[in-house]
Design a protein around this ligand. Structure first.
Ligand SMILES: Cc1ncc(COP(=O)(O)O)c(C=O)c1O
Length: 365
């Protein structure tokens, strides 16, 4: 199977849309046998935790297009944003380095968790330049400074990648992912799913999937489990990102259909975020444990909440007789060897608090 089924379906996209191969695709699709028989549903997991032996998870798919564009534009430095333990900022740093680009991460506070500590250490070890800001206003001022600095150092502005990589260009990674799923359906690996469940942080994942599923002719609906506050996740954001990404594709190849946002096929679920972004809930902690029993390595900020939504739907009987896919978006590669012996004191001082304050009580791993 090709790694770019989107380009196979619409070959004229190849010219105008830069792409750099970073991910190991297609990712496996696996049936969750025990959970299926216990709930009368036909349940699968899409193993995007395995997108890369460097660092898996959903971000690699977006970075194939984002860094493809940055390289095409002759960038030397990429500038991106996230919460302190952002998987996106880490993945950007790791893959930018692989392509010989510098990376600068502009990070904001989040609740303390083990995964935040690990990601900060890994990013630092990978040579990412990390900055911590207490407010969005300070981030904006920081961006002005980085722009000036980029111009002075590289003779050009840094390539700016928005939070979570969810620009229309980044979202293409998940349009392609939907075509990949469609190819797996066509090859008989699973029946056409009724529903796909995924975490919604900055929406590139769920919106890209929705757009790609429609364009590939599947009737599959998307259940987006909200894990962030508006404006990062909202129906309005979904509509805007869908239409901007669609316009990008249709503009690059008029054969790509011009689609209306499918209001009835896209469902935003608000019941699993709990007290807020990065705050673990009882349901997400249980889902993380349940995932571990099934051989999945989840965490409490994104995939624990999304899997809690998936489990809730399955256990309530809502998926009985249906086919549903849980999209596992979190890296499962153990990078403990890379950060063994790393000393957090080497990080800029504002990050020390993530190592000195206790992790939240529901964070057991
Ligand atoms: C592990 C994980 N899952 C899901 C998401 C959500 O993806 P998106 O930002 O595309 O909504 C993110 C990032 O934000 C993530 O790091």
């Amino acid at each position: 199977m090709s790694t770019l089924p989107l380009f196979d379906a619409f070959p004229a996209l190849r010219g105008p849309i830069p792409h750099v191969a970073l991910a190991a695709l297609p990712t496996p699709i696996e049936r969750l046998d025990a959970l299926s028989s216990g709930t009368g549903a036909n349940l699968y997991v899409k193993r995007d935790d395995l997108t890369s032996p460097v660092y898996g998870g959903n971000k690699v798919r977006k970075l194939e297009f984002l860094l493809g564009r940055a390289m095409h534009d002759g960038a030397r430095t990429v500038l991106t944003f996230g919460a302190a333990g952002s998987n996106h900022a880490l993945a950007t740093a790791l893959f930018a380095r692989q392509l010989g680009l510098r990376s600068v991460s502009m990070l904001v506070p989040q609740p303390v968790a083990q995964s935040v500590r690990r990601n900060l250490l890994f990013g630092w070890k990978a040579g990412a330049e990390l900055h911590h800001f207490e407010s969005q206003l300070r981030v904006k001022l920081g961006v002005l400074h980085q722009m000036q600095r980029g111009l002075f150092r590289d003779g050009r502005f840094p390539n700016v990648i928005p939070p979570g990589g969810s620009s229309p260009v980044g979202t293409l990674g998940f349009v392609n992912a939907a075509f990949e799923l469609a190819a797996q359906v066509a090859s008989g690996l699973l029946p056409e799913p009724d529903l796909v469940f995924a975490a919604s942080g900055t929406m590139g994942t769920v919106v890209g999937l929705m757009l790609g599923l429609q364009a590939a002719g599947l009737r599959t609906r998307v259940a987006a489990i909200r894990v962030t506050q508006p404006p990062y996740t909202s129906m309005q954001k979904a509509r805007e990102l869908f239409s901007a990404t669609n316009a990008l594709l249709h503009g690059a190849d008029p054969a790509f259909p011009d689609l209306a946002f499918p209001e009835r096929e896209f469902e935003l679920r608000h019941d699993f975020i709990g007290p807020g972004y990065g705050r673990y809930t009882e349901a997400s902690a249980r889902a993380v444990r349940c995932g571990a029993d099934l051989g999945l390595r989840l965490e409490g900020t994104y995939t624990g909440k999304a899997f809690a939504g998936f489990l809730d739907a399955a256990e309530s009987g809502a998926l009985r007789g249906k086919t549903a896919v849980f999209w596992d978006t979190y890296n499962s590669r153990d990078f403990a060897p890379e950060i063994a012996g790393a000393d957090y004191h080497e990080l800029p001082a504002p990050f020390h608090r993530y190592f000195e304050e206790a992790v939240q009580p529901l964070d057991s791993h």
